[in-house]
Each structure stands twice: as structure tokens, then as C-alpha cells.
Ligand binder design. Structure first.
Ligand code: NAD
Length: 313
């Protein structure tokens, strides 16, 4: 196993989350924040989250062994010394991220990867002026990253391929699931999907179609439960025998009209359907359609059983 050393810059909720990810994978991580009292709060959070993970059998070793790999400092240069990978977790403000990145550029090892947890600000916005901008990119986690394994890897046009490849390697070594997001779209992908759902949810409540609580129920008892097993494309492929193409033929017009009622004019073109079908059906071969539907149902049964246990009085 390669010996990576990690630095986390900003010890708020996402800094806590990433620190657990890196230390849980066996690596040492040094965490910086601007004030000692913030680091005191950080330790309270680390200890309570590790304890909960241990109580739920989600740690493979003693929590002390994991927390011993974490150190904290108010000296940025100390956190960055020898770090191969820096995860910036400062506030979501352009000026602050620009200032942090200037310091990271100055104080980090020249080959260190400078990854930002940014939710919406892009690498182009905060790192364009840096001499070594080729090693900068966004690695946006879900919250909390030690439970949601995905990380959106969003390079700028100037980020080197080598930096992206190394980032993938490093993230996989800490058991994260890196996802490449191209062209720095506003809100990246995680929040764009979340945003699309929220936009429609607000509109439906505004129009008196449904109450907010019932809207949430549609997700927790319906869409969300299913999406924890299969994504929206795989859902479409498994909902209609014949897969993506059959689903699009049956439902495409109806979804197009729903979009039209919100001022959108974006039908799914034949080429787009073909692209999605090719990619999704590599995993969900149509000839195994019934088997795949059964697998989904079995997973749903297990989740349903677990949820019933959790909510039992
Ligand atoms: N909270 C979420 O759900 C979530 C999810 C994904 C990504 N993010 C992103 O992660 C980043 C951190 O978010 P958070 O929720 O942990 O915020 P937070 O406010 O909890 O923590 C930010 C930390 O940065 C520290 N800080 C302030 N100035 C600093 C500086 N100059 N240098 C270093 N640290 C500094 C603060 O003291 C604080 O501890 C943001 O970019 C945010 O958009 C947040």
C-alpha cells in the first residue's frame, strides 16, 4: 500500500468528515484551522462520530488507533509539511478560497494535489492565477463523506490529467468512489440533481398539489428508497421490460410534456437514448431483465426490513 500523507484545511463539518475518511483508511492526516477553540470543537466531533461508527460496527479497528493518526495545528505550514494530498474545507466564499489557495501554493510540497471540497465555486474561479494551477481541482463530497462514498472530481481546463489520475488513485485508496465531472457545470452534478428535485418540489407545494410533508414521504417511502439501490437510469431500465429504449418509447413523451409545463423544451433525442442505453445496459443486460428486477426487489426487501427495525418503538 502506498504511504500517502494527507492535510485537511478547515476543521468544520466537512473537515471532520474527510479526516475520518483518511484516518480510517490507515493514513496520517494533519488538520489546520485558524483558531485553537475551533480545533477543540473538531476533536469533540471526531470523538463522538468515531464512537457512533464503532457502535454501529462500521470501523475495522479500535477508534483510538484511528484518532491517533489525526493531528491538529493552527500553523498551516505544519499541516502541509510532507502532504501528498490536501483537502481544502474552508468556507464557501470566493475571496477566502482564493486566499487559502494562494497560501497552499506557497507552502505545500510542489507536487501535492490541492483538492477543494467546494460545493459550487469552481477551480477556475479560485485557482486560475496560481503558477501551479495544474495540480488544483475540486473534490466535492456528499455529507458526511465517511458514510457517502461518492466524491465528484471536477477538474478545470488547466488541471493536468496526471493530477486527475492521481486523485482517482488516492480517493480509491481511502475507499471513496470518485466520479469524474467535466466542464465545471454550475453546482456540479450532486447538487444539480438535488436542485432539480427541490425546484419541482417547491413548485408542486406552491401550486397546492401536495403538502411539504407528503412530498418528503414520496421520496422516503418511494423514490429515495429505490434510488438507494438503483439510480434513475437503472430505475427506468428495470421499470419497463426492454430496458432504456422501451422506457423512453413508452414514457419519453409524457416526461417531455412535464418538462414543457415548467418551460423546458428538451426532448430526449434518439442519440441520447442510445448513449444512455449502451452505457447502462453494460451492467443491466436486457436478457437478464427478470433476474435484475428480482435483485432490485431483494435489496428493497432488505432495506425495508432494516428501516422497520430502525423505526420500531
Ligand atoms: N456542509 C455540507 O453539507 C457540505 C457538503 C459538501 C461540501 N461542502 C463544502 O465544504 C466546505 C466546508 O464546508 P463546511 O460545511 O465544513 O463549513 P464550516 O463552516 O463547517 O467549516 C469551515 C471551516 O473553515 C474554517 N476557516 C475559516 N477561514 C479559514 C481559512 N482562512 N483557512 C482555513 N480554514 C478556514 C472555519 O474556521 C471553519 O472551521 C465548503 O466549501 C462547503 O461548500 C459542504
Amino acid at each position: 500500500m502506498s504511504e500517502y500523507k494527507f492535510a485537511v484545511v478547515g476543521a468544520g463539518s466537512i473537515g471532520v468528515g474527510w479526516s475520518i475518511v483518511f484516518a480510517r483508511a490507515g493514513y496520517s492526516v494533519c488538520v489546520f484551522d485558524i483558531k485553537p477553540e475551533i480545533l477543540d470543537r473538531f476533536w469533540v466531533q471526531i470523538n463522538s462520530k468515531l464512537k457512533l461508527l464503532a457502535e454501529n460496527d462500521l470501523l475495522q479497528e479500535d477508534l483510538e488507533a484511528i484518532s491517533k493518526r489525526i493531528t491538529t495545528t493552527t500553523e498551516l505550514s505544519q499541516a502541509l509539511t510532507g502532504a501528498d494530498y490536501v483537502q481544502e474545507c474552508g468556507p464557501e466564499e470566493l475571496q477566502i478560497k482564493q486566499n487559502i489557495y494562494k497560501k497552499l501554493e506557497e507552502l505545500s510540497s510542489p507536487n501535492a494535489i490541492l483538492a477543494s471540497s467546494s460545493s459550487a465555486l469552481t477551480t477556475t474561479q479560485f485557482a486560475s492565477d496560481l503558477p501551479t494551477k495544474h495540480r488544483c481541482l475540486v473534490v466535492h463530497p456528499g455529507n458526511p463523506p465517511y458514510l457517502l462514498a461518492i466524491a465528484e472530481v471536477v477538474p478545470a481546463s488547466f488541471t493536468s490529467n496526471h493530477c486527475v489520475e492521481e486523485t482517482f488513485k488516492i480517493l480509491r485508496s481511502v475507499e471513496m468512489a470518485p466520479i469524474l465531472v467535466s466542464h465545471e457545470p454550475k453546482g456540479f452534478v450532486f447538487n444539480r440533481i438535488q436542485g432539480a428535485v427541490l425546484r419541482e418540489a417547491y413548485s408542486l407545494v406552491r401550486d397546492g398539489v401536495i403538502s411539504p410533508q407528503d412530498l418528503d414521504l414520496i421520496v422516503t417511502e418511494g423514490l429515495g428508497k429505490r434510488w438507494s439501490i438503483v439510480g434513475p437510469f437503472a430505475t427506468a431500465a428495470l421499470n419497463v421490460q426492454g430496458g432504456i429504449k422501451a422506457h423512453a418509447a413508452r414514457m419519453g413523451q409524457s416526461y417531455f410534456e412535464m418538462g414543457q409545463s415548467r418551460g423546458q423544451n428538451e426532448p430526449w433525442s434518439a442519440e441520447l437514448i442510445e448513449k444512455v442505453s449502451k452505457d447502462i445496459e453494460i451492467k443491466l443486460n436486457n436478457s437478464d431483465w427478470l433476474i435484475n428486477v428480482e435483485k432490485r426487489d431483494l435489496a428493497l426487501m432488505k432495506i425495508t426490513k432494516l428501516l422497520l427495525e430502525i423505526i420500531k418503538p
